[in-house]
Design a protein around this ligand. Structure first.
Ligand code: HEC
Ligand code: HEC
Length: 192
């Protein structure tokens, strides 16, 4: 080997040894950030008459996805909205719209739900699902509400995590650990 290779290696080694821990730290925090940013509820726009009530009273300032961060009964929603908006002069909801909105909110984002997490740090998966494990798990966990609706879909980890967190919001019972095992299996077998 020519001598200069050894010399350049000697020069490079200490430099890269200094950089790599920092690089890893950056990578880890970037990955965590990217993960937590991907996690976001999606609330479909409801049908009439709620749709118009939302357009008239709510959507001028912010979207409706944020509703999923909360789980309250009717009076809880009323208090929360007052608390959140203070005495905002722009927010004076007509009493008929107020009734429509509070019914919608408490029916769709009621106390029986698990509110969508604002921050979610995925647990590392220690023991992965086999195909049979995953299929049994889906059968047990999902068919309480509807048929298994994953086999016609593909997506990356973030897509699946968001979907399953949303299902947990709807009331599906999954531990954090099983949630991540399922997400890992879905991304592995039904990736993009
Ligand atoms: C005049 C502007 C305005 C209107 C109209 C308005 N909001 Fe808000 N809303 C805000 C602001 C500002 C915040 C943030 C308050 C805070 O974080 O302290 C907020 C926060 C919220 C939150 C909490 C969001 C979160 O991230 O947890 C919910 C839920 C909400 N609003 C629902 C509604 C509903 C339902 C209506 C219609 C009845 C409505 N808002 C109308 C300005 C508005
Ligand atoms: C407690 C009830 C409940 C459970 C349990 C549940 N879901 Fe859902 N799921 C819903 C509701 C409500 C919707 C939205 C309305 C609809 O599309 O039927 C939905 C919709 C979906 C959709 C379509 C969403 C879209 O945006 O296209 C998929 C996919 C799905 N669920 C997958 C699952 C999977 C996978 C599980 C098991 C881990 C599961 N669900 C468990 C209630 C549930």
């Amino acid at each position: 080997m020519p001598e200069f290779t050894d010399r350049s290696k000697m020069k490079l080694m200490p430099a890269s040894a200094k950089i790599s821990p920092l690089f890893f730290l950056l990578l880890i925090s970037w990955t965590n950030m990217a993960w937590s940013q991907q996690i976001r509820p999606h609330v479909p726009l409801p049908d009439e008459p709620v749709r118009s009530a939302i357009f008239e009273e709510c959507s001028a300032c912010h979207g409706i996805d944020e509703y999923a961060y909360h789980a309250q009964d009717k009076s809880g929603w009323q208090n929360l909205l007052t608390e959140l908006h203070g005495d905002s002069p722009q927010l004076s909801v007509s009493s008929s719209n107020s009734e429509i909105l509070l019914n919608y909110l408490s029916e769709n984002f009621g106390p029986e739900r698990n509110p969508f997490p604002r921050e979610y740090i995925p647990q590392p998966v220690e023991e992965i699902f086999s195909d049979v494990d995953a299929q049994n798990f889906l059968e047990l966990t999902c068919t309480e509400c509807h048929e298994i609706r994953v086999y016609d879909r593909n997506g990356p980890t973030g897509y699946w995590r968001n979907l399953i967190l949303e299902m947990r919001g709807n009331g599906a019972q999954l531990s954090d650990e099983n949630l991540e095992r399922l997400v890992e299996w879905l991304a592995r077998t039904q990736g993009p």
